[in-house]
Design a protein around this ligand. Structure first.
Ligand code: GLA
Length: 443
């Protein structure tokens, strides 16, 4: 997986206080510079989201600079934050994600011919052709587009494969979502592109079912054109989950069945603190492919089509523990217990018991999920473990790595009033161990 990178955005200063109160410095939205990296303040570095208005204005201006004239409109998609249910989608399991306020924006204009022009702000650092790509719709085919444009052109290709069609398009992309941080930055580019093309080609794919169709097209494009494996969690979340809610996704069917769940952490003074540990997993794609293969091999060894088929089956855990291969045994154990944790956390969110007890239970499941991903799935890293362990010592209710792992980010369920203090503790722990300082987001 090679997501788009937008790390070198010029700062835009907006007035107003940081959302977490006076201890937190004012930070321009989208700024990714480390505050205090010279040792002057020692404050943790926060990545603020753009408001929708800021994102849209910025992207329309970028479009004009890149292609001249005005865009027909601007569309956007958020980051994916898995609350719980990691590495379950491709085993037909359950996951419970939400979305970030950080989004990727695509300004777009319909053309009269079949040309496609794409500009991506800040893509200069990425593998690929620099900041722009130009070609024709008919040029887009498996193995024909390399680097970052493959994630964008893949959507056009996959929609056409599904029988949707339209003329060429001009696109301009910006983002305040950190790239390669386990928050679905590739999926956000694909989904924002799909929404733009849906409008420009007048496809009217606007209902939840229709967005599921767009998500499946994004998945096909990522696999065929970008040649990056994905289980579909990112795209279905990014096109179907609204801000402020959790989406239970059941991958026993394709497209997955989505159930909207209230996510009332803010009502109880809680938030999800994301720590981008800034270790970019070079072996992420290889590790991801290997885990998928191992899960398929474990299912075959256990005589089921997918590991999810063992959830709730009498004696299943006994069968798993009887697997002779210790690696397949551990992978199967993670998937089955992780799906059980999703079921438990969904029930806690929907439950009517005392809220604080339910939040404590949810927090424990987050720690268990991390332990399972670290020990049984071997997808964690020393940096992810350090962020989770420090969050635990700082009083977080729960914490775990998010996304594919092998680098990326963690989340911690914390009191909003404590988010600054927990972030400072994590920041200090990284500095003390000689690591690059992390960056923080809140949801
Ligand atoms: C990546 C993939 C998703 C999912 C997660 C792990 O983000 O794109 O499909 O498998 O890893 O939960």
């Amino acid at each position: 997986m090679r997501p788009l990178q937008h790390a070198s955005l010029p700062a835009e200063r907006v007035p107003g206080k940081g959302r977490l109160g006076s201890r937190r410095p004012e930070i321009p939205p989208g700024t990714m510079a480390l505050m205090g990296s010279d040792g002057s303040t020692g404050d943790p570095a926060w990545i603020e989201p753009w408001t929708r208005g800021q994102g849209e204005t910025r992207t329309l201006a970028f479009f004009e600079r890149a292609w001249g004239g005005a865009a027909d409109g601007v569309w956007s998609a958020p980051g994916r934050l898995t609350i719980i249910g990691e590495h379950t989608d491709y085993s037909g399991g359950l996951s419970l994600p939400t979305v970030t306020a950080h989004r990727t924006y695509v300004a777009a204009r319909r053309r009269e011919d079949s040309s496609v022009r794409i500009a991506s702000e800040g893509a200069g650092d990425l593998a690929g052709p620099g900041e722009t790509w130009e070609g024709r719709l008919s040029d887009i085919a498996p193995s024909s587009v390399g680097g970052w444009p493959a994630y964008v052109t893949g959507v056009l290709w996959a929609l056409r494969e599904r029988g949707y069609d339209g003329p060429g398009v001009d696109l301009a992309i910006t983002s305040c979502l950190p790239a390669d941080a386990g928050l679905g930055s590739s999926g956000a580019v694909e989904c924002a592109t799909a929404l733009a093309v849906n409008a420009l080609w007048r496809l009217a794919l606007d209902s939840d079912d229709a967005h599921a169709e767009l998500a499946e097209a994004c998945i096909d494009g990522e696999e065929a054109i970008a040649q990056a494996p994905t289980g579909g969690l990112d795209q279905h979340t990014q096109l179907r989950c609204r801000e402020g809610e959790a989406l239970e996704l059941d991958f026993s069917e394709r497209p997955p069945i989505a159930t909207h769940r209230p996510l009332y952490f803010p009502d109880y003074g809680l938030c999800l603190l994301i720590t981008d540990v800034r270790s970019r997993g070079r072996q992420r794609t290889a590790g991801y492919v290997e885990r998928r293969d191992q899960c398929a091999a474990a299912a075959a060894a256990l005589g089921v089509e997918r590991l999810r088929d063992l959830v709730g089956v009498h004696g299943a855990r006994f069968r798993i523990e009887g697997l002779p291969d210790p690696v397949l045994r551990a992978r199967a154990r993670h998937v089955v217990t992780e799906v059980e944790r999703v079921i438990d956390v969904s029930a806690q969110l929907a439950g009517t018991g005392p809220a604080h007890e339910r939040f404590v239970d949810i927090g424990k499941q987050l720690f268990r999920s991390h332990a399972s991903l670290e020990v049984d799935f071997e997808a964690s890293t020393p940096e992810l473990n350090l962020a989770v362990d420090t969050a635990f010592r700082s009083g977080a209710l729960g914490a775990r790595m998010v996304g594919a792992g092998f680098g990326g980010s963690t989340l911690a369920l914390v009191r909003r009033a404590d988010a600054d203090a927990v972030a400072s503790d994590i920041d200090r722990a990284f500095t003390a161990s000689g690591r690059e300082r992390p960056r923080f987001l809140v949801v």
